[in-house]
Ligand binder design. Structure first.
Ligand SMILES: [Zn+2]
Length: 173
């Protein structure tokens, strides 16, 4: 993690607001830029000028990648998360995947072609298959196994209706 002045205009991964060029940010290679504190996020959220950056829509992908991620995600066991009963979702545990490279590939693919959506005041990258939107937790997918900062699971939740124009749903198969 590094504290620095933003070299170019970007977006805070915590609050989703614009980080103007030159703003003080915290940055890591894997998770990107964010405001330096919760106070800085609150300040940005209170100022409409910094919230204009639109959410990213889904990216292009080749049919082979689509088929691969469907096969991998649908082919692994999913557990109902009991820790957050008000936020129903399921998860698949990385350590139950026999091929760790497949797990890493899925997280990378979701992050590279997924679409952005707000949830609980933050922005996550989602990827839709069937009735679900899949998303990885924040963190470094190549970090030490089991570490809190390493991506140790992939989540999925029922698709939500969202009015954001950036979210273009794929047609149902
Ligand atoms: Zn922020």
């Amino acid at each position: 993690m590094a504290m620095m002045a933003a070299k170019w205009r970007g977006r805070c991964r915590v609050c989703g607001c614009v980080l103007p060029q030159g703003a003080q940010i915290e940055w890591t290679k894997d998770t990107g830029a964010r405001h330096v504190s919760a106070e800085a996020c609150a300040e940005a959220l209170a100022s409409p000028a910094t919230t204009e950056l639109p959410l990213r829509g889904p990216g292009e992908e080749v049919p082979e990648d689509r088929a691969r991620i469907e096969r991998l995600l649908l082919g692994h066991p999913w557990r109902v998360a009991k820790s957050m009963p008000t936020i129903p979702h399921e998860y698949t545990l990385r350590r139950l995947w026999q091929n760790d490279g497949d797990f890493i590939w899925c997280v990378d693919h979701i992050r590279s072609v997924g679409y952005e959506q707000r949830f609980g005041g933050r922005i996550f990258v989602y990827y839709d298959i069937g009735e679900h939107q899949y998303f990885a937790t924040d963190g470094n997918v190549r970090g030490p196994a089991g570490a809190r900062t390493t991506v140790n699971l992939i989540n999925r939740a029922a698709l939500r209706a969202v009015s954001s124009p950036a979210v273009r749903r794929r047609p149902c198969p």
